[in-house]
Design a binder for this molecule. Structure first.
Ligand code: HEC
Ligand code: HEC
Length: 180
């Protein structure tokens, strides 16, 4: 019987492209809440701890439904290699509420922002590849360049279309012009 902690570490490494390691349980928003605790217990069994800000609130229900399928698929195997704890329906809902509460703000939830110019267009095509388009107002102007750099790294890592330096600059300028 393999050591469970070792097996989980191995899976988390293997799954880095899907769930990039960002959060420690203590760094989660509202870490003492039941939602954060349930997320740490149930959602870091097959990969690293997911970040509530990885999606908008509109997207989380679909992702969680898919995770329920994954748990059923692996949990129904006879082999006892990976011991899974399975959330009850009530726990599933608590996790979903928690994720939605701390999700990022999608573009369509805030004041309308025209996607104009080179930057607006590049933002639309590049930044919608992995999640909803985010609203620019959720970051300070000074924070956006670092966020865009991080997203470019993910695109490289998971093999999505990347942006050129010129596109990157145009997107960053666009976000800064509409940021806080
Ligand atoms: C039984 C193993 C298993 C458990 C438990 C599990 N996941 Fe996953 N998760 C996966 C697999 C496999 C993938 C990659 C394939 C996919 O996205 O469906 C994944 C991918 C993800 C992704 C990336 C999806 C994407 O499209 O980028 C997120 C976010 C995620 N899981 C969140 C969660 C949350 C939240 C929970 C707890 C409710 C959870 N996972 C529990 C197996 C699991
Ligand atoms: C290759 C996939 C991918 C692409 C393309 C992508 N993102 Fe992300 N995004 C992620 C992942 C994974 C997370 C969650 C982990 C994190 O925040 O580091 C995330 C989270 C976010 C967040 C919430 C976290 C925060 O710091 O506020 C924002 C905002 C965001 N992305 C903006 C963007 C913008 C703007 C672009 C285009 C420049 C973009 N994303 C393109 C994968 C991507």
């Amino acid at each position: 019987m393999p050591d469970q902690a070792e097996l989980r570490g191995l899976l988390a490494d293997l799954m880095r492209a899907w769930v990039p390691p960002r959060s420690e349980p203590s760094a989660l928003p509202d870490p003492a809440s039941r939602g954060a605790k349930l997320l740490s217990t149930h959602c870091a069994q097959c990969h690293g701890l997911p970040d509530p800000k990885a999606y908008s609130g509109n997207e989380w229900p679909r992702v969680l439904d898919r995770m329920a399928l994954r748990v059923t698929a692996i949990g129904s195997r006879r082999c006892q290699l990976l011991k899974l704890t399975v959330p009850t329906a009530e726990e599933h809902k608590t996790i979903l509420d928690y994720l939605k509460r701390h999700a990022f703000e999608p573009l369509n939830a805030g004041p309308s922002v025209p996607l104009e110019g080179k930057g607006g267009l590049a933002f639309l095509t590049f930044c919608s590849q992995c999640h909803d388009l985010p609203h620019p107002r959720q970051h300070l102007v000074s924070e956006w360049p670092k966020v865009v750099d991080r997203m470019q790294d993910y695109a490289y890592f998971v093999g999505r279309r990347m942006i050129t330096d010129a596109e990157k600059e145009a997107i960053t300028e666009f976000l800064k012009s509409k940021g806080r």
